[in-house]
Design a protein around this ligand. Structure first.
Ligand code: SF4
Ligand code: SF4
Length: 100
């Protein structure tokens, strides 16, 4: 499991820098970077707060592939790009967090 920041999409808002509990992303020349990716434990806070889906989580193809998240009010739309070229969208209501 790892995350990757797409520099082309990043608008340098700094949200990932603010939210990361490990202070891992940094801003340089108006773009976010992850200098020590091996320290990331994949909590996904930065994915959820990135306003332009510039951060992706990579997990095994069998359980999702490449995932990004889009916020829509209380809803989080997890978009999984699967190895076969298709997409799967899983919508989660953030108000239900910790419910299960
Ligand atoms: S996934 Fe979590 S630990 Fe990793 S960079 Fe993002 S906020 Fe930090
Ligand atoms: S939250 Fe997204 S757009 Fe903002 S600095 Fe981080 S990667 Fe760039």
């Amino acid at each position: 499991m790892s995350i990757a920041i797409n520099k082309k999409l990043c608008i340098g808002c700094g949200a990932c820098v603010e939210i990361c509990p490990g202070s891992l992303p940094i801003l340089r020349n108006g773009k976010a970077l992850l200098p020590r990716p091996e320290r990331c434990w994949g909590c996904c806070s930065c994915l959820k707060d990135c306003p332009v889906q510039a951060i992706a989580l990579y997990i095994g193809d069998d359980i999702g592939g490449r995932m990004t998240v889009k916020k829509d009010g209380h809803r989080l739309r997890w978009i999984a790009a699967l190895a076969d070229g298709t997409e799967k969208i899983i919508t989660v209501d953030s108000r239900d967090a910790n419910k299960y």
